[in-house]
Design a protein around this ligand. Sequence first.
Ligand code: SF4
Ligand code: SF4
Length: 386
Amino acid sequence: MTGSSNGRWELGVGDWELRTLTSSEIKARARALGFDLCGIAPAGSFPELSFLREWLDRGHAGEMGYLQRTADKRADVRHVLPGARSVIVTGTIYNIARPYSTEQADPDAALISRYAWGDDYHDVLKARLDALVAWMRDASPEPFEARAYVDTGPVQERVYAQYAGLGWIGKNTCLINPSVGSWLFLAEIICTLRLDPDPPALDQCGTCTLCLDACPTGAIVEPQVLDATRCLSYLTIELRGPIPEAHRPALGAHVYGCDICQEVCPYNQQPPRSNDVAWQPRRALDLPALIALWQTPDDELRATLKGSAMTRATLTGLRRNVAVAIGNSGNPDAIASLAVASEDRPSADDPIVEEHIRWAVTNHANHEPANRANPANRANPVMIRP
Ligand code: SF4
Ligand code: SF4
């Protein structure tokens, strides 16, 4: 503080700096709002950011044209928010007390990615990010610009998460925190505030290759490089057309996403669990039977998926996936149910779904599905190496 000629104490330049919102205040508030991890990265131009262009040029993005269209913005957060100085990155644990897909022995159960069982994380976390930004605006003595994103923004969030010290990008391309593993939702605030950054996290994969070895389609073509066009998450969620026949057996019972390369990771063997009600599974998505999922009327399925992250797959996309999974299950009753028409399930009449039904019936007639012959392999029935 400095004195003044009229006897009142006034703020000096140094005092103004002292009153600037600090990184630790922001992290404390983030924790209070329900985020498990929070770190600060500088809004810099990191070497890892430039690989996106090469990855796109290699064709690994498949039909995800939005990545091409936003590649320039994704190269640097300062293209998203001019004048950005800091990226506040949060991590939220979504793991709950349920066995891994690789531990499931029931060949007739549908496998759904762990992150999609509960409420849509985009909505839940965006509300929390908005609350954090609102608090920052109240608490900061200086005005600032900010953009908050949950997964959908043109931001390479895992790179910033690594530089914010939250974890490293593993060979399976997921962000791994050495203490809590990789069952994490990432969300970030890009802002013009100059905040003290955290030290970047160090790679701790070492010589491990468990994720590369376990991937059923060989989608991890080299450490930290995913060919999305082979990944079950892409094939079951992003791909709108037919699933290439060569990859259908590898789907096993996966109807939405895939967690195998995270489940085998040593850092996820004793992961913490979240008690957050938002991530608890909806009853209809809690290891549903494939046949029950197939027989669910469209209206009911739509109501179940409403407010979950699974709406991204679309109803016909989900039917397509369930048809393939039933074909892989080898369950005669489930296969027979595919051929039963129902006015309640118009999405099953989609030509792409019908083609996958035909494949499922033929597949059943011609082969004994590997996951029924050896239930222990059901989540990873066929290895297709590059
Ligand atoms: Fe994709 Fe599953 Fe392979 Fe991981 S294990 S890269 S999620 S197909
Ligand atoms: Fe890294 Fe091994 Fe985990 Fe793969 S399974 S991400 S190589 S630690």
